[in-house]
Design a protein around this ligand. Structure first.
Ligand SMILES: NC(=O)c1ccc[n+]([C@@H]2O[C@H](COP(=O)([O-])OP(=O)(O)OC[C@H]3O[C@@H](n4cnc5c(N)ncnc54)[C@H](O)[C@@H]3O)[C@@H](O)[C@H]2O)c1
Length: 433
């Protein structure tokens, strides 16, 4: 197979995070800086730890992904971003209470040097937060222009060759797709006429980033880039985009367990998922508007995997419920409970109970690292628009209108690795050899 033309990963890669002072961003940045100083190990990251089989099983070639795929080097990453609070990244990381002070102190000087830029914020979209470090502008268009300027200034100031922008900020309230989202001209008109009902702050960042030629990643379930107008812009500007909503804890388990049931033709009556969570994300999701956005994202998984219309006798009547309960004592240490009512031969009922005592930001941080490195790779490969091959990382993977999303974690994993094989000119693997 012929190797693809991939631009070299030379120079600095700027990583701009929206919500840079939040739990996920600060854990991602601190961990990456610590790994760079050899103070820590990047557990959970495929780009740093995973191997990839090349050739036939008998050839015994299993190099590390990072040794054969031309990814940016961790030493070349420069971090920055926006937040509605102005505290530097050291203080923000300590306040997030995810990491122990002794782990944060190892990279204190580097974190102290990262100061959030002023955010595009609208309280109507995140009801539970009150921003103090925010931009002012007459219209959404003006605010978007300011973000574009921030990106250009950051690039110049830090001497970056390329920039990737990732949303790791709070989940915005649910908004449905409307006419203004259906094509770029209508969308730009809504930005200019300041139609705040349909243009969320996250859309301003996404538009700015794509317009500046920077890949954009949506880590929350916001509608944001999952609209035809943004797909059009991404194609026009030749920019890769991906989303939505990092697949970290409960949904990761769902996308392993549901395919297991289907593979064995076991039936499902109901799936009740509940979460208790005490960090700022939990507080934001306590608002019904933000919860609805998350709920839609979390609910989409099971029906698609189980193909409810194809197997009515097994999956025709599933009761699927998802709850998120804000419970401050747990902070970032979420507990996700799943009660799964299944049935087997002759309809006899059985139950599965899963109790995942996880750490939300610890699970999300390696996904952030992989996503920024793979999005930069996609850009250098000349890929643009929705990056289906990165579905592995998302709860509701974006997909073009005529495609069905793939949710099964292991199929997503195969797609991801086969894409990497194609990029480096190796045969894809179908596991029949
Ligand atoms: N941790 C996980 O496992 C996981 C999984 C999937 C999705 N997510 C999503 O990732 C996001 C971040 O999660 P978190 O735990 O870090 O939350 P967090 O509340 O700790 O951080 C969010 C940050 O975004 C900032 N912010 C809010 N609106 C902003 C805006 N308009 N511009 C700039 N900054 C803004 C907040 O001030 C805060 O610092 C959330 O939307 C969450 O739902 C997290």
């Amino acid at each position: 197979m012929e190797k693809m033309e991939v631009k070299e990963a030379k120079g600095k890669l700027g990583i701009l995070l929206v919500g840079v002072g939040g739990a996920v961003s600060s854990t991602f940045i601190t961990g990456t800086l610590a790994v760079r100083k050899e103070l820590s190990v990047p557990v959970g990251s495929l780009t740093q730890l995973a191997t990839i089989r090349l050739g036939k099983r008998t050839e015994n070639r299993f190099p590390k992904i990072k040794d054969v795929v031309p990814l940016a080097d961790l030493n070349d990453l420069v971090f920055g971003g926006w937040d509605i609070f102005s505290e530097d990244l050291y203080d923000a990381t300590i306040h997030a209470e995810v990491l122990k002070k002794e782990d944060v102190d190892g990279v204190k000087d580097e974190l102290k040097a990262i100061r959030p830029m002023k955010a595009v914020f609208d309280q109507e979209y995140v009801k539970r937060l009150h921003g103090t470090h925010v931009k002012t502008g007459a219209t959404r268009w003006d605010l978007t222009e300011q973000v574009r300027e921030d990106i250009r200034n950051f690039k110049k100031e830090h001497n970056c060759d390329r920039i990737v922008v990732m949303w790791a900020a709070s989940t915005e309230v649910y908004i449905p797709m409307s006419d203004e989202h259906r094509n770029l001209a209508a969308f730009e008109n809504a930005l200019k006429t300041n139609n705040t009902e349909v243009i969320s702050p996250s859309m301003c960042y996404a538009y700015a980033s794509i317009a500046e030629g920077c890949p954009f990643i949506m880590g929350a379930p916001n509608l944001c880039i999952d609209i035809p107008a943004m797909w059009e812009l991404a194609k026009e500007k030749q920019v890769p985009i991906c989303g939505k909503d990092y697949k970290t804890g409960q949904t990761m388990l769902k996308t392993v367990l549901a395919p297991m049931l289907k593979t064995r033709m076991l039936g499902l009556d109901g799936w009740f998922s509940t979460n208790i969570l005490g960090n700022r994300d939990g507080e934001v999701l306590d608002d019904p508007g933000s919860f609805k956005t998350k709920e839609v994202s979390k609910l989409s998984v099971i029906d698609t995997i189980l193909q409810t219309d194809v197997y009515p006798e097994l999956y025709g009547n599933i009761y699927h419920k998802v709850r998120i309960n804000y419970y401050p004592p747990r902070k970032d240490n979420k507990e996700g409970w799943d009660n799964i009512d299944i049935f087997g031969w002759m309809g006899y009922p059985m139950q599965l109970k899963v109790d995942f005592l996880c750490r939300d930001s610890i699970l999300a941080a390696p996904l952030c690292l992989d996503l920024v490195l793979f999005s930069d790779l996609a850009q250098r490969c000349g890929f643009s628009g929705i990056q289906d091959w990165l579905s592995f990382y998302f709860k509701s993977p974006m997909h073009s209108e005529n495609k069905v999303p793939e949710h099964d974690l292991f199929i997503q994993h195969t797609i991801l690795k086969n894409t990497l094989r194609t990029i480096i000119g190796e045969e894809t693997i179908d596991y029949l050899d």
